[in-house]
Design a protein around this ligand. Sequence first.
Ligand SMILES: *[C@@H]1O[C@H](CO)[C@@H](O)[C@H](O)[C@H]1NC(C)=O
Ligand SMILES: *[C@@H]1O[C@H](CO)[C@@H](O)[C@H](O)[C@H]1NC(C)=O
Ligand SMILES: *[C@@H]1O[C@H](CO)[C@@H](O)[C@H](O)[C@H]1NC(C)=O
Ligand SMILES: *[C@@H]1O[C@H](CO)[C@@H](O)[C@H](O)[C@H]1NC(C)=O
Ligand SMILES: *[C@@H]1O[C@H](CO)[C@@H](O)[C@H](O)[C@H]1NC(C)=O
Length: 816
Amino acid sequence: MGSTPFSFITFFLLSLCFPHSSSESSSLQAGSSLSVENPADVLISQNRVFSAGFFQVGHNAYCFAIWFTEPSQGHDLTVVWMANREEPVNGRRSKLLFRRSGNLVLRDAGQSVVWSSDSSTASSYNSAAQLQLQDNGNLVLSSLDDVVLWQSFASPTDTLLPGQSLTKDTKLVSSRSQTSYSSGFYTLFFDDDNVLRLLYRSPERSSIYWPDPWLLPSQAGRSIFNDSRIAKLDSLGNFSASDTFRALASDYGTRVQRRLTVEPDGDLRLYSRKLSGAKWIVTWEAVLQPCKIHGICGANSLCTYVPEFGRKCSCIPGYKMINPNDWTQGCEPDFKLSCPNSTTEFAGFAYLPNVEYYGYDYKLYGDYTLERCKAVCLELCDSCVGFHYKYDNGGGRYNCYAKMQLRNGYHTPGFDGDIYLKLPKTILSSLSNMTTNDNLNLDCSSSSNDTVQLDRKYTKTRVSGLLKFLLCFASGVGGLEVIVIFMVWFFVIRSHEKSGAGNMQGYMLAATGFRKFSYAELKKATRGFSEEIGRGAGGIVYKAVLSDNRVAAVKKLKDTSQGEVEFLAEVSTIGRLNHMNLIEMWGYCAEGKHRILVYEYMEHGSLAENLASNVLDWKKRFEIALGTAKGLAYLHDECLEWILHCDIKPQNILLGSNYQPKVADFGLSKLLNRGELGKYSSFSRIRGTRGYMAPEWVYNLPITSKVDVYSYGIVVLEILTGNNPMRGVHDSEDIDGDQARPKMLVTWVREKMVGGALSTEAWIEEIIDPSMEGQYNIREVEILVQVALKCVEEDRDARPTMRQVVEMLLSHENDS
Ligand SMILES: *[C@@H]1O[C@H](CO)[C@@H](O)[C@H](O)[C@H]1NC(C)=O
Ligand SMILES: *[C@@H]1O[C@H](CO)[C@@H](O)[C@H](O)[C@H]1NC(C)=O
Ligand SMILES: *[C@@H]1O[C@H](CO)[C@@H](O)[C@H](O)[C@H]1NC(C)=O
Ligand SMILES: *[C@@H]1O[C@H](CO)[C@@H](O)[C@H](O)[C@H]1NC(C)=O
Ligand SMILES: *[C@@H]1O[C@H](CO)[C@@H](O)[C@H](O)[C@H]1NC(C)=O
């Protein structure tokens, strides 16, 4: 207790006001309390390793916490748990009350309850319950007969201690910064597919970064089949999870103090120290290259790791920072390089060695020379901002990855692969004397806002010693009025404070963020699922306006029997795809029975609608056929997984603002491992739409990517002729026995082309959609018919691959 120079009476009254338990104890009895104002009000475990009490987190702001008693190297205390990290309490008159009901309550400045263990039970024998800080750091509230009513181990904050489990109901969330203990951006949790993952989640975007997001769980050595979802650290330094993840500390086997913490920089680290008070040593960490952790540098910037300083962000040459205070917003071009000027005359490439940008590929060009890759990127105009040029050890050749966007960039000396950045010649010449490294010395940690200390301002209206005395005196003699006045005064100030602070909601999406939506959020965005824009086998599609005003198409899946694991496996695959001819998925919702997908909204609707309303001229039709082929080729050849669409039809090809086609609706697609390619497929029931389905479905033959090729061929015939394959074709010249039966579209076109002795012009004239009124390019039509007829061969081996289709269509472009 404080040794005030006041009289004995003051001392006596104050101690009535602030009763507290005896110091140096590991337990607290029901009915007693710990006070923020008494430094001795701390529970210390019997082995003295852990302490629990009020921990100062800011100016006059405290949290109830558990920490290692001995500071690290004599100064910093290591906190392992906090009760109220989002809402620190006042440094005056705040208390942890252990109620006789068995409930543990944290009361702020004698006022509101900011945290409670919710452990009170109705039974009366709990009156003798006790709260004990155990030797392993677990704060346990147990009843008289030793039933655990509540324990701190069951609600971890950012740290796991030996013996503590992470479960399906808990997660570790980093603190905001080294000095700010409120929740930060990084989370260790069990994902819906039972895999232990690290997630970056900011108000704008969220993404998984560990294990590597481009790996399937099995490729990352994880299992999705054990749904017990438990991860544990043992005292010898073995961290293991039910998804078969295992990590051993570098000092495994020795008995030392250990902790596993998700840190403010996003890494998960296992620490140990031999002696109490020694420095914590990292004995394992999840992400070895810190720049691989998401959320540091935004688009068009580069993350560099410098051992002494940590991570740094910088803009790539020719780009400037969007918001000088926030690196996560990234950089924007400081130049304009639109199509007419994207030629060798005006543009060139800056060479950035040992740099990687993950994702956002326009296309992979296999076995390309550097010069050819440069030429392709120039030709692509705005769709290529640069490319990644990398030697493929397996293939013994160089690959060229044209990039649509530069995100997740990092610079690391060990990386074999280089970036060539497309820039105007004017900028290139001014750069020529600058090495890339000169540009990489901007510090992002100091400029970010995350080191702000918590400051409970209202507490500055300090209760003077005299007022406190009067208050205590008054309450001692029963002067209720004084208390009421004091409370009113306090509440007015507090509610005033709160109105300014609660602005953490309002989640916003950034352009390519892929994230989970809540059902309530989507219900609001679709105004209660009111505006239907499409309907298919998979479900109904609604128009939505997201909170950031972007227009989206929200697909509510009908078949809600699909398990969450299967659903998520599929969704996370789709979310990873990036191609200009594939519809972009922005996120999903899996809540209870609801399975919802959120896509970009396509202005011009589906190809089916556009064909029906005769608005497509020849140029658009050819581009749609080519773009669709590119999208499918990407799906088939270029992704990490082998994906079949299995339901290609004009309803699933959507058209954007410039009528660029995007393949949509992967609801019926099914994942197949590349290794199982030759084997019989695992499809158990027929998928697809009549009229577009390959014969394999009917004859029960193995399903391969050639089923998509077949459907594509039918779609192209429909684009050419305007005839729906379901309705068939009535041919005026062809009057035979049963005239009522229409011919199949394929047969009809094939007969026209090879059957008759007509000139090319003449047979094309007969099959082409009359709504085009003769406005078309004969050569293009001919190529497209040839390609389409090859695609619809009965024998699947006679059909080309989608890649070959793209090449055939492009080869014509080169001729002309
Ligand atoms: C670590 O723990 C896991 C799960 O308990 C166990 O399977 C594994 O063998 C342990 N590893 C070592 C080296 O003890
Ligand atoms: C699931 O994981 C837990 C914890 O690692 C383990 O005890 C259990 O045996 C596993 N279950 C199966 C079916 O493998
Ligand atoms: C930090 O945040 C505060 C309030 O959110 C804001 O007023 C201030 O401008 C920010 N400072 C920087 C450097 O971003
Ligand atoms: C193309 O470059 C020329 C010369 O640098 C410039 O005058 C012109 O404005 C540029 N055009 C576009 C569309 O950027
Ligand atoms: C680049 O350096 C050379 C010699 O070091 C100098 O002559 C030239 O003017 C410099 N160019 C620019 C654009 O600064």
